[in-house]
Each structure stands twice: as structure tokens, then as C-alpha cells.
Design a protein around this ligand. Structure first.
Ligand code: ADP
Ligand code: MG
Length: 375
């Protein structure tokens, strides 16, 4: 894998696929800037090297159509504040206005393109769409470890058309996580919560060989409980996840499900105190802890306690701790515990997949490039 330090970027149009999938607050402002900050070393490096910088990113899941509430405007504001520079932004990510804005870029200037997922072609990995994006630049930089497990146009499509290299943060993620997992100390405990159950069940399947205990909360736990025939009322589950879970052979003896809950209107919204106690005990005896996904709807004060107490237990252990995921990081930040974690990955699902030994398509796409393709 080559990095931006291996190529000459001066005066080149450099497309940087960033991790700007951040939570927004009720006022529509950036609620947590951890991922934005993680991209800054690469952006600053490119400014210093006098590249023409074009930032590509997605925010949340607009479902292939324009959703003004998921514009990257708030990210533009945050970048302006953090870099103390004016950041240009287009209203779309492809088309004539974008091409004109790119043509007008001076070395050292930064242009942010609008949410890639306003176009269905992004998630469909449409090659024509990837080509249109690639056409805007001379070099592609993958600086989105968090989305590198996705086979999307801006992740695996663009590298088909341009010299493609890794950003500084992505390089650090790959090196640190590979080291963390090469000879982990046992007992190794994996804590998984949050949504996106199907992705996470696949990871649980892979990690169940490596892990000694797997502690589950959030929607993921609901899916497991439902498939065991337990009554979860109207709680959020995930049908695809349920189907997948039924198909696979899992060592259930390693799986720990919640035993009590904080519900509201027949909805499970957080794990209860007895669960916290058992989980915290397992965590305290572990030598390696990997965590992704809140234990409940942690963005609501009333249902944040499970996540908070698990976060405290993880922050307190002497074992090596690795945490990742947008919402998980936002929660840790809110609790003031981010600094107590040994390694905070920008990736949620991507981190889990990488740790489970899967090859991430976005990273593989960088490896395929031959030296002769690089300027
Ligand atoms: P991360 O961003 O850290 O990878 P996810 O995005 O997978 O985590 O999960 C966070 C989301 O999961 C939050 O929106 C939260 O509201 C939701 N969630 C957690 N527990 C529950 C629950 N019991 N019911 C419904 N949603 C939940
Ligand atoms: Mg999330």
C-alpha cells in the first residue's frame, strides 16, 4: 500500500475520500468532530505540498436522493473553524458546476463536494459515476478507513481510473490494528452494540474464533434474543440479520446477552444494571477489549447509562483497549473518556471487519495499483 508521502502531489488535483460521516446535533451542527480531526493531517500535508485539494465524502444514509438535512454544509463550517481557512463547497459532487469549481482551484486551496450518497450510483458502485468523479482529479487518496469495507464508487471505483494511495490516518489505522490483532493477549473480549446488525453478526461469526467472550447490546442483542425465541416486544430488530443468524453455526457459549433492560413503551432502549454488572466483571478480567456500538440509544440522556457504565469499565481496565465507530466515539467523548482508550479507530464496522481478518475492498483497491501508474 502506497501513501501520499510516496508520490508528488504539487499542483496536482488530489481527490481525497474523507471520513465525514459524523453525528449532527439538533441544530444541524457537527456534534462530534473526531473523524474530521482525523483527516486533518492529510489535508494539512496536501496544503503544504501545494496540491489542489478536492474532498469527497458521504454523510449518513440519504438513500440516493438529495436530502438537505444531510448536506455537508456543517462539515464545511467545522473544517473552516479547525483549519482557519476558507473552504469552498459545491452543491453537488458531479456535473458542470463542479468541474468549473475544480478548474478554478489554485494550489493549496480546498474544495468540498456535496454528499456522495445523494446519488444512488455511489452505493451501487456505478462505474460511470466513479469515472465522472475520477475525471475531477489526477490522484486519488483514500482517507476513509471507516468506509473501506464498502464496495462503493468513491472507494473502489475511482482507483480503477486514477493512481490511488493511502492517506496518513488510513495508514495509521491499518498499521495499529494489524499490530493489535497479531498476537492479542487473552482473555480477549469483544463488546458489540448499536445498529447495522447484519454487518455486525458477520463479524461476530468471524471474531468468535479469536474472542473468549462476546458481550452484546443494542439492536444486535435484540436480533440474538429474538432468534432464541425471547420476547423483545416492539424493539428494533433486523430481519436480514435474523435470517443470517439462523443460517450460521456459532459458538453460543461465548455469547453474553443482556439479562435486564431499560424499556419504554414496550421498546428495549438500553441494557439494565444487572447486565452492566456482569459485563463489567468480564471486562475487568480481560487483557484485550474491542468495542464497537452503544449498548442502547445513548444519544438520549435517559438511555445512555448502560453505554456510559460499560465505557467506564473499559476505560478503567488495565487491558489493551481498542474502540471504534462514529456513535461509540461520540458517546465516549460526551462522557469525557476518549483519552482513556488505548486506540480509538475512526472505523466501526470497518474496524471490526479488519480485526476479524477480512480484507477491506477499499484497501485492496489501493494495493492493486502498480508503481508504473504513479506519477
Ligand atoms: P457506531 O456508529 O458506533 O458504529 P452504530 O451506528 O452501529 O454504532 O449504532 C448506533 C445506533 O444504534 C444509534 O443510532 C442508537 O440509537 C442505535 N441503537 C442502539 N441501541 C438501540 C436499541 N436498543 N434500539 C434502537 N436503536 C438502538
Ligand atoms: Mg453509527
Amino acid at each position: 500500500m502506497r501513501t501520499i508521502q510516496d508520490i508528488d502531489v504539487a499542483k496536482k488535483r488530489v481527490l481525497v475520500r474523507c471520513d465525514f460521516d459524523i453525528p449532527l446535533n439538533k441544530k444541524g451542527k457537527v456534534a462530534d468532530d473526531f473523524r474530521i480531526k482525523a483527516c486533518l493531517p492529510t489535508i494539512k500535508y496536501l496544503i503544504k505540498k501545494r496540491a489542489k485539494i478536492i474532498l469527497l465524502a458521504h454523510l449518513d444514509r440519504p438513500g440516493g436522493k438529495v436530502d438537505p438535512s444531510l448536506s455537508l454544509g456543517p462539515v464545511q463550517d467545522k473544517l473552516t473553524e479547525l483549519l482557519e481557512l476558507s473552504i469552498l463547497k459545491t452543491l453537488d459532487c458531479v456535473g458542470r458546476a463542479v468541474e468549473e469549481a475544480v478548474a478554478g482551484l489554485e494550489p493549496g486551496e480546498i474544495l468540498l463536494l456535496e454528499n456522495l450518497r445523494f446519488h444512488p450510483e455511489e452505493e451501487e458502485n456505478n462505474l460511470d459515476f466513479a469515472k465522472k468523479l475520477a475525471h475531477l482529479g489526477d490522484i486519488f487518496v483514500n482517507e476513509t478507513f471507516a468506509s473501506s469495507h464498502r464496495v462503493h464508487a468513491s472507494i473502489v471505483g475511482i482507483p480503477k481510473f486514477l493512481p490511488a494511495v493511502a492517506g496518513l490516518r488510513l495508514t495509521q489505522e491499518v498499521e495499529t490494528l494489524a499490530k493489535a490483532i497479531s498476537k492479542p493477549e487473552h482473555p480477549l473480549t469483544v463488546v458489540i452494540g448499536g445498529a447495522k446488525a447484519l454487518t455486525k453478526i458477520k463479524v461476530i461469526e468471524n471474531l468468535s474464533n479469536l474472542a473468549d467472550s462476546i458481550l452484546l447490546g443494542g439492536v444486535v442483542a435484540n436480533v440474538f434474543m429474538k432468534s432464541k425465541g425471547e420476547d423483545i416486544g416492539k424493539s428494533t430488530s433486523d430481519e436480514e440479520g435474523e435470517i443470517y443468524l439462523k443460517k450460521i453455526n456459532l459458538d453460543w457459549s461465548k455469547i453474553h446477552l443482556p439479562i435486564d433492560f431499560l424499556p419504554n413503551k414496550n421498546l428495549i432502549l438500553d441494557i439494565g444494571p444487572k447486565t452492566v454488572k456482569t459485563f463489567a466483571e468480564i471486562i475487568s478480567k480481560s487483557k484485550t477489549i474491542i468495542w464497537n456500538g452503544p449498548m442502547g440509544v445513548a444519544e438520549l440522556e435517559e438511555f445512555a447509562s448502560g453505554t456510559k457504565e460499560i465505557a467506564q469499565a473499559i476505560a478503567k481496565t488495565s487491558g489493551f483497549t481498542v474502540v471504534g465507530g462514529g456513535d461509540t466515539i461520540a458517546a465516549l467523548n460526551k462522557f469525557g473518556l476518549l483519552g482513556k482508550i488505548d486506540y480509538v479507530s475512526v472505523g466501526g464496522g470497518a474496524m471490526l471487519e479488519f480485526l476479524a481478518g477480512s480484507k477491506l475492498p477499499g484497501i485492496e483497491a489501493l494495493k492493486l495499483r502498480k508503481k508504473s501508474n504513479l506519477h
